[in-house]
Design a protein around this ligand. Sequence first.
Ligand code: NAD
Ligand code: IPM
Ligand code: MN
Length: 322
Amino acid sequence: MPKIAIVEGDGIGHEVIPVARKVLELIHPDYEYYNVDVGYHRWEEIGCPCADRDIAVLKEADAILFGAVTTPPMKNYQSVILRIRKELDLYANLRPVKANGFDIMIVRENTEGLYSGIEEIGPDRATTLRVVTRKGTERIARLAIQLAKARKSLTVGHKANVLKSDVFFRDICLAEAKAAGIICNEKFIDALALDILQHPESYDVVVTTNIFGDILSDVASYLVGGLGLLPSENIGDRFALFEPVHGSAPDIAGKNIANPIAAIRSAAMLLSYLGDVVGAERIEHAIQQVVTKGVKTRDLGGTAGTREFGAAVANAINLTKG
Ligand code: NAD
Ligand code: IPM
Ligand code: MN
């Protein structure tokens, strides 16, 4: 049976992940679940946010359900989620944004670009090296092309008018698309960020570099009602991690008001990845049913708490049993 690692992380991760886990356990009591405790709170407690042993234990899972971790803007702090993405070589971050009238899949390169980690801060100057490799670009382009083949179109978002590293990224994406026999549109990322809000129906698969994909997905969450709704999948050739697009939201943590939909949808993506597409559909259907009945968290204009919303979704899933 599949082994699922559960990482709550920090902040609202402690509220939304228990809800998503409950949903998974309802549909798959047969899976094996185990907790892995990493995050900024571990750094505060013991000076180590994520140990080598934690990485090893995460690698034992068939899939990881991850909440969010706090990554403070400090000189000497290494983000736990970035470390995990790199160590597990989760090179693709798939961030679906869909509602009536549009179905967008943001494909974010997840291990290089401005997140190379090659940087230094001096007294008068700080630098970060933007690394775009052929290997890194070919594999993300191929994955985006594979997705686009089963869908409608492919767009590469870049800033090749300014960044030579993006001329490189864009050219490889276009060449890979040509070799695969599909059309690849291109757009400057700044213009794309506005256009995706004005004409979301014009977009399908959007492939882009690390930081642009990060920003674009937060921007695009506006189309569906905010960050509380967007799930994501981090995949590589061997491992897979599923997490909301949002962070640890310290401003609302501990208040039972966070929207758990992004986390629950991440659990649904995890099920699809493990081959249970029907289970994933049951989850999405239950979310729709509950929201349609008017049970919503505060960010969507409702009054339901995180736990109450979770209980309503669990109830809807139970009703569809058998
Ligand atoms: P954030 O995504 O945590 O929050 C941005 C805004 O959206 C906040 O006002 C928050 O209350 C709201 N929000 C987020 N999720 C919500 C939900 N489920 N329901 C309702 N409202 C929600 O981003 P931030 O405030 O810029 O970052 C907070 C911390 O999280 C930082 O330390 C950041 O580095 C970290 N972060 C981690 C991840 C991750 O672990 N993958 C992702 C993003 C940010
Ligand atoms: C995300 C977050 C992370 C990122 C941060 C917290 C390191 O913003 O998962 O979207 O930049 O990837
Ligand atoms: Mn982000």
